[in-house]
Design a protein around this ligand. Structure first.
Ligand code: HAM
Length: 439
């Protein structure tokens, strides 16, 4: 029968890759905790209306990229294309703002956008997503960017560039929109069909268009930074000052508008020239007013999301850096020895030692080869003689040579293995704790 392949744009993460993913997740969790963030987990499926209202009807995401379907009850549901709207929905639904003045939340997981798949662009992709709700202070913006850069630096990614902009507020942005509209007047015939259509509702989208023609037209357009109101200017200057005090490198890109409609004031993106066409590794910004738009009290907020596939593709780490080779391989010769090996392997595992063995009738040579291939540090060789003597040779696969160890006391053996290894392949600290509890 024919194989059923995975869905286009949906990617498996294979065992050789999962070490990278865990490392990214663990590092992110560790750094976020230091900055006072707590994890929130929200569903993958939400009511379609949440994204329409949250992200904006005239965005590419809502217009053409959402996985939306009617469930059997006739309700329109959507696989989340991003996490900000769901996190805020949950924050409002559970009144988190009542129990803490500022909520610092993060979530890690898959998002879904039906874009055209290409290098660095998938239909299911993963984000590390961070939101701070309840403070509009410019210090929060700067601290969030400091944390983002710090996290990305941990992964030693090449050629990173942080670009920031201010997108203004409901006071100054309408004036800017008018200025852009007047600028585009007369030029609209040369714009792409998408931009022409969006001109009335959201002329800022033209700044985000990838079409060459549109790009060359918008190059001469007025810049939002020249249209900011006094308060937005003060806020942006203050963010920049704090960034400089924190030693965060950035450039101002007045043409950056972001692809989601909820942003106000600070907006930013981190790109890497090493990524190719899909060069944004992270993006985010302030979205004061979104909580009210989603039916809650009017509270300020800011956040970002990192694309995990893109981050991991840039990491210089190698799969050997996430080695999970067993510490011990037990080679057993004959059915009796195999049964003993089977019991011993499982007792040792309970004591925190990473152990592998063979369940087939393979000869010693084959088993040694397998131990070597798995990168095991030691091989314990058990045959009928060893069963009688209750001791067996333990071969050091790295240093060479072997010594005899007793099979009588698994706890002792576990302790010896963990102690003699220069790089113990034990599952965390559990080994030390368990070893004292004898079998
Ligand atoms: P975004 O810019 O749409 O922002 O996505 C953030 C990051 O997700 C991108 O910079 C990119 O690395 C990754 N990404 C987006 N689409 C794809 C894709 N199709 N395939 C692979 N990676 C992708 C947001 O999603 C906002 N919710 C961020 C935010 C949080 N703003 C405030 N809080």
């Amino acid at each position: 029968m024919a194989l059923i392949p995975s869905v286009r744009g949906f990617k498996d993460i294979l065992p050789d890759e999962t070490g990278f993913w865990r490392y990214v997740e663990d590092t992110a969790r560790d750094i976020f905790t230091r900055f006072g963030f707590r994890e929130i987990r929200v569903p993958i499926l939400e009511k379609t209306e949440l994204f329409k209202r949250g992200i904006g009807d005239t965005t590419d995401i809502v217009e053409k990229e959402m996985y939306t379907f009617e469930d059997r009850g006739g309700e329109s549901l959507t696989l989340r294309p991003e996490a900000t709207a769901p996190v805020i929905r949950s924050y409002l639904e559970h009144h988190l703002y009542q129990s803490e003045p500022v909520s610092k939340l993060y979530t890690i997981g898959p998002m879904f956008r039906r874009e055209r798949p290409q290098k660095g662009r998938f239909r299911q992709f993963h984000q590390v997503n961070v939101e701070v709700l309840g403070s509009g202070h410019s210090m929060v913006d700067a601290e969030l960017l400091f944390m983002l850069v710090h996290l990305l630096e941990e992964f030693r990614l090449p050629d990173l560039k942080l670009e920031i902009n201010s997108l203004g507020c409901p006071l100054c942005r309408p004036l800017f929109k008018d200025r852009v509209l007047s600028f585009l007047e007369g030029k609209s015939v040369d714009l792409c069909a998408d931009c022409r259509r969006r001109l009335r509702g959201n002329p800022l989208r033209v700044f985000d268009c990838k079409n060459e023609e549109c790009r060359s037209i918008i190059e001469g357009a007025p810049m939002i930074l020249d249209s900011l109101c006094e308060e937005c200017i003060v806020h942006f200057d203050s963010v920049r000052r704090y960034l400089e005090r924190l030693g965060v490198d950035y450039t101002v890109n007045g043409a950056m508008v972001r692809g989601l409609d909820y942003y106000r004031r600070t907006a930013f993106e981190v790109t890497s020239t090493a990524l190719g066409a899909q060069n944004a590794i992270a993006g985010g910004g302030r979205y004061d007013g979104l909580t009210a738009q989603l039916g809650g009290p009017d509270l300020p907020g800011i956040g970002f999301a990192i694309g995990m596939e893109r981050l991991i593709s840039l990491m210089p780490a190698k799969k050997e850096d996430f080695n999970t080779s067993p510490l011990l391989y037990i080679a057993a010769l004959g059915p009796h020895a195999r049964e003993r090996a089977f019991l011993l392997a499982n007792v040792l595992r309970k004591k925190g030692i990473v152990v592998e063995m063979d369940y087939s009738d393979r000869g010693l040579k084959g088993q040694m080869k397998r131990s070597d291939k798995l990168g095991c540090r030691f091989t314990l060789i058990i045959g009928d003689d060893e069963l009688v003597r209750d001791e067996a040779p333990l071969r050091d696969m790295k240093a060479g040579g072997q010594r005899t160890v007793s099979l009588k006391d698994a706890a002792l053996l576990a302790r010896e293995l963990a102690g003699t290894s220069t790089e113990p392949r034990t599952s965390g600290n559990a080994a030390d704790n368990n070893l004292d509890n004898n079998q």
